[in-house]
Design a protein around this ligand. Structure first.
Ligand code: PMP
Length: 426
């Protein structure tokens, strides 16, 4: 049985000293029921829990581990960095090297600043956009997640163009009111909004490959309209590439979809499994940041040498080993193995994929392109599927709305193992 006895005991202990037993809510398994397993160690494509069960992992720590767990080159880079000291609070060479990598990889990017999480990256990019445009309003899309800064924890009210309402207790309504929320995939709503309020909008932030409410792949025309409208009205376009950056191409969604934003945010892959985020853009925009300009932003551990070393080792390995090409092929293999299983079992679900990111999109018909279009039975159907797979040694994300990640540590035999387990469970 997973979880086993040790996991159950440890989780009970955790609930006494950590709220809900976890340091990030989805880890508590509330969306699928049951008790979470605790991880003792991880290597390659697998994690081992406290009871000694080895699980084939498609969560990949929610995206960072594009080379797999404990990749030898990343581990070695971290060991060497630690021996030179864990933090300096002063500029070091690794920050420059990683910045040069990010700037050379991403379309239109001239400068980048490192922070310690995706949340900090988006929060800082928004402040910069407001400071640079001297405007206050920002626009986000229902179903996109950009971390947990106050003005981004906002959901749509009723109606097409809505003033945001706090989606968490503790977010003042006045803060949320500075954020407008639109549905994804709705060009008409976008045009209406820009006609009415275009001159007040500092920035539009979007996950160009929305992957936090299922995988809601957008039509290229929609992203293109977004690019044109923001440019026409002097608003900045922010691509939140915390998941897609260095994942679906070296230059992220901007490269893959051929659209260059004004600002981009990164996290996950660029830190190689260490706490790193980043935001960047043209030099003219980035020079609004302190110490050059009036927009304040800082961090004790920003540009941490150990984290930079892990990020550098990850990006170098991806480049040298044709990482993105191989991940694309692996993704295609997964699709080719899983799609016939879903069809043969008559399961109302499709595998939607972009590179190495995949999602079991619920419901018959076209895959959803907006949060509103997702079949409402998704969560109910997913829970037993998740549990059945876990019993067979496959670890998917513990929520119907979270995507799966492949890494270079996944091999064909792992994909076959997944497809066989899926067939059995369905
Ligand atoms: N933006 C996106 C697109 C994300 O997926 C996430 C986290 N999943 C964040 C921002 C926030 O990143 P973090 O959890 O590192 O704060």
């Amino acid at each position: 049985m997973i979880p086993g006895k040790r996991s159950i005991e440890l989780f009970q202990r955790a609930t006494r000293c950590i709220p809900g037993g976890v340091n990030s809510p989805v880890r508590a398994f509330r969306a699928v029921g049951g008790t979470p397993f605790l991880v003792k160690s991880a290597r390659g494509a697998c994690v081992e829990d406290e009871d000694g069960h080895v699980l084939l992992d498609f969560v990949g720590s929610w995206g960072p581990l594009i080379l797999g767990h404990a990749h030898p080159r990343v581990a070695e880079a971290i060991h060497q960095a630690v021996d030179r000291g864990t933090t300096y609070g002063a500029l070091c060479r690794q920050e420059i090297e990683l910045a040069e990598q990010v700037v050379s990889a991403y379309p239109g990017l001239e400068q980048v600043r490192f922070v310690s999480s995706g949340t900090e990256a988006t929060m800082s990019a928004i402040r910069l956009a407001r400071g640079a445009t001297s405007r206050d309003l920002i626009v986000k899309f229902a179903g996109c997640y950009h971390g947990h800064a106050d003005h981004l924890l906002v959901s749509a009210g009723s109606g097409l163009v809505t003033f945001g309402q706090p989606s968490s207790a503790g977010v003042p309504a006045q803060f949320a009111a500075q954020t407008l929320v639109l549905p994804l995939d709705d060009e008409a709503a976008l045009r209406d909004l820009f006609e009415q309020r275009g001159e007040q909008i500092a920035a539009v932030i979007i996950e160009p490959m929305p992957a936090n409410n299922g995988l809601l792949l957008q039509r290229p025309e929609f992203l293109q309209a977004l690019r044109e409208l923001t440019r026409e009205h002097g608003s900045l376009l922010i691509f939140d590439e915390v998941i897609s950056g260095f994942r679906i191409a070296r230059g992220g969604a901007a490269e893959r979809f051929g659209i260059t934003p004004d600002l981009a945010t990164f996290g996950k892959v660029i830190g190689g499994g260490m706490p790193v985020g980043a935001f960047g853009g043209r030099e003219e925009l980035m020079s609004h940041l302190a110490p050059l300009g009036p927009v304040y932003q800082a961090g004790t551990l920003s540009g941490n040498p150990v984290a930079m070393a892990a990020g550098l080792a990850t990006l170098e390995t991806l480049s040298e080993e044709r990482g993105w090409e191989r991940l694309e092929a692996l993704g295609a293999e997964l699709e080719a193995l899983v799609t016939p299983v879903l069809e043969a079992r008559g399961w109302p679900c499709r595998l939607v994929r972009c590179g190495s990111v995949f999602w079991l999109s619920p419901g018959p018909g076209e895959p959803a392109r907006s949060a509103e279009a997702i079949d409402e039975k998704a969560a109910e159907r997913y829970a037993p599927l998740f549990q059945g797979l876990l019993e067979r040694g496959i670890s998917l994300a513990p929520s119907a709305y979270e995507v799966g990640f492949l890494s270079l540590a996944h091999e064909r035999r792992h994909l076959e193992q997944f497809a066989a387990a899926l067939s059995e469970v369905l």
